[in-house]
Write a protein that binds this ligand. Sequence first.
Ligand SMILES: [Zn+2]
Length: 323
Amino acid sequence: MPGKEVAVGIDIGGTNTIFGFADRGGNILAEDRLKTTHYEEVEVFVAALYEKILVTAKKISEPLDIKGFGIGAPMGNINKGTIEHAAGLPWKGIIPLADLFRKHTDLPVVVTNDANAAAVGEMIYGGAKDMKNFVVITLGTGLGSGFVIDGKLVYGHDGFAGEIGHTAIRPGPSNRDCGCGRKGCLETYVSATGLKRTLLKIMADSIEPSDLRKYSFEELDAEIIHDYAKKGDHLAIRAFQHTGRMLGFKLADVVAHTNPEAIFLFGGLALAKDLIFEPAKEYMEENLLSIYKGKVKLLASQLSTQNAAVLGASSLIWTNEIK
Ligand SMILES: [Zn+2]
């Protein structure tokens, strides 16, 4: 008896790698994860990931007919199946990810940028179902972006279109170092790590008391800052406001480049809701060219944080136009 047709969607993030088995209707039958940061060697990582995928598949009660592996990763290149110089991952240089996967399987393996995968997920299963022009911004350890224009995901000449995380928001030699080797990139401000850097700067410049001061650099993360902001901690709220404004300022440029109907925010920081959306919306509107004002929707991803990336990655196997 043939099994249920599924695609394995894999989202490789700077901290965690999440994978799931998705059917054509976008239902995830099972999901699991492993820590990306535990693997210094990418070959060991791929072997461990493949093994864990097989173990998880066996736990699903019905027989599966796996159609392929769709992988979203920072600096993932759909043309070559590579990850190239991803600042936020443990592996440097050009990683032949699809080829490494093919050592374990003869099934199709498709690699793309994680934000592009999230955009495909949003388009097929989420809030962008009826849209032809939209942008998805992923806010995780770093910042990714996927652009859909006239119903098509934009890949560009080399497959690397849409890296707004590495466009400058504060250019100049005295600005924040980015993992990409440059300075003042958007993701050094607008990301989980950017938020933490901003909070630490605010704490250093201020004498206002805050319980956040008891945390060490290592202990602090975006979730803790979010918790304190919800409780009304002024420094945490200021850190979110600053992050949201930087994002909004850059989004005004994004709108001028692609004239989207909507911009979706996806990922951990997007869960902070008004804390990030309000300043982002305000600064975007304030900086928009008048022809765009009041027209661009800034929305939360309609898919749950983990599912969009996994669904998007899995749908790479279903979509014919992306090869
Ligand atoms: Zn950068």
